[in-house]
Design a protein around this ligand. Structure first.
Ligand code: NAD
Ligand code: G6P
Ligand code: MN
Length: 442
């Protein structure tokens, strides 16, 4: 009989937990499960999600053990995979990250620019804690981490826990590939074989092949250059307007280098003035998420719990969760699936720092992955990536050393911050706002 897996979800109270569980339960044929555990530091929040997920789990397969706990020992004992999606400080702190940046005339975003740096300074300890629990109680498990800001978290973890079994991932390339596939008439993004390189939320596609190795790069390039990533009838119906704008703006990002197809997140670095001008400093993406996704997920969970059944709900599965399960499947079954991961460069991009955490295609097999060689990258991308990598490295070093100066340098280095003066003003305000979350800086 096939091995049955035990999975812990770190950040059990996340808005993404129900989708991840739905997808796990819809994939039991290929990825059998014996236990699903939720772990969070906020018991009350997690219980709201867990009570509904437990009902769902029992409806699909009552033999699966379902546990929600705030005890790391219970959570992490006897697990094969930890799927980690924590948000240290919650959406309330995301709101501060975004609003403080905008107040100083800078991009206010969750992972990019000053907000991403502030978030990283909270997130690193949370991810390390969870990784340490996993290594203590289930040393052979893998952590598939998508807690943001994934780029800086990956950078810090690779330095502090170089031998840990953690893989950092992002669903953005996957989502954009689905949009691209739909735009150019490819039935499933898995029919495409892509070349892609960059840092997390900072990358480019250079080559796209369809079935029978057909080169469809130009077709995809032409579409994105004209339309961005919009494929009107194929995007999820719940996609918020702000995300449509982001998909559309990709065409302006691409205009700067029409030879490659950019990740949408590059808009924050290449058009920061436009982004600030089109942001509402009193109502940011954090507000949209709190009023939208968060309310919706919690209200569905509340109704399911009250009714004692999931009947009447179309519970969602999605790209995001499918990608995570594909990765767990590849690591446990040795499929050599080609997947875009955030990994140490170690020569894959030959003209880029060996120790940088880059986002590139890898072949994933049993308990390991192999990087695909990218070779030399062009001057435009190399220059941008070097600056961004230096910024992310400085954040990680500032966190490790408790260095005020390195963090000031990191803010100064960021393309979304115009001067060292603004960088210092931002830093001082973030220190105040993050008391109790950031390490002490000297
Ligand atoms: P959320 O605030 O709804 O949920 C996060 C949960 O983490 C909360 O319940 C919180 O209590 C919990 N938490 C905080 N610190 C913790 C700790 N130290 N240990 C365990 N649990 C902890 O957030 P969300 O909007 O659902 O997003 C969750 C995370 O997933 C964020 O970091 C988000 O950016 C990330 N995310 C990443 C990707 C990607 O592409 N990498 C995609 C989607 C979401
Ligand atoms: C994309 C990114 C994630 C990000 C997510 C949600 O999927 O890759 O890193 O967390 O979007 O963003 P939102 O603004 O909707 O919370
Ligand atoms: Mn991401």
């Amino acid at each position: 009989m096939d091995k049955k897996f035990s999975v812990v979800i770190a950040g059990g109270g996340s808005t993404y937990t129900p989708e991840v569980i739905c997808t796990l339960l819809s994939e039991l044929d290929r990825f059998p499960i014996r236990s699903i555990k939720l772990y969070d530091i906020d018991e009350e929040r997690q219980n709201k999600i867990a009570s509904a997920c437990k009902i769902l789990c029992h409806e699909i397969d009552p033999s699966i053990e379902f546990i929600a706990t705030t005890d790391p020992k219970i959570a992490y004992t006897d697990v094969d995979f930890c799927l980690a999606h924590i948000r240290v400080g919650g959406l309330k702190m995301r709101e501060k990250d975004e609003k403080i940046a905008l107040k100083h005339g800078c991009v206010g975003q969750e992972t990019c620019g000053p907000g991403g740096i502030a978030f990283a300074m909270r997130s690193i300890q949370g991810v390390l804690d969870n990784l340490d629990y996993m290594e203590k109680y289930s040393p052979n498990a893998w952590m598939l981490n998508y807690s943001n800001p994934a780029a800086i978290v990956a950078q810090a973890v690779s330095k502090l826990r170089p031998d840990s079994r953690i893989i950092n991932i992002c669903d953005q390339p996957i989502g954009l590939e689905s949009a691209m596939a739909a735009s150019i008439g490819v039935a499933d993004r898995k029919e495409m074989t892509v070349r892609y390189f960059g840092l997390n939320h900072f990358g480019w596609w250079t080559d796209i092949r369809g079935k029978d190795d057909n080169d469809i790069t130009d077709k995809a390039r032409e579409y994105v250059l004209q339309n961005g990533f919009i494929a009107p009838d194929k995007m999820g119906k719940d996609t918020d307007d702000s995300w449509y704008k982001t998909y559309y703006k990709a065409k302006d990002v691409m205009a700067v280098d029409p030879t490659t197809i950019p990740n949408t997140y590059l808009k924050y670095y290449l058009y920061p003035d436009y982004e600030v001008a089109h942001s509402n400093p009193d109502y940011t993406r954090a507000n949209e998420v709190m009023d939208g996704r968060e309310k919706m997920v919690f209200s569905i969970c509340e109704t399911i719990t009250k009714n004692g059944t999931t009947k009447g709900f179309d519970l969602v599965t999605g790209n995001h969760a499918t990608f995570i399960i594909d990765l767990a499947y590849a690591l446990s079954h040795g499929t050599y699936e080609r997947m875009i991961l955030i990994v140490k460069n170690e020569g894959a991009i030959s003209n880029f720092a060996d120790d940088a955490m880059v986002e590139i295609p890898c072949l994933v097999s049993k308990d390991r992955y192999e990087r695909l060689s990218i070779g030399e990258i062009p001057t435009f991308q190399k220059g941008l990536m070097e600056q961004q990598n230096a910024c992310e490295k400085l954040v990680s070093e500032a966190w490790i050393e408790g260095s005020y100066h390195k963090l000031w340098q990191a803010f100064t280095m960021n393309r979304c911050v115009p001067s060292a003066k603004v960088a210092k003003d931002l830093l001082d305000e973030y220190i105040e706002a993050n008391k109790g979350y950031w390490p002490q800086l000297k």
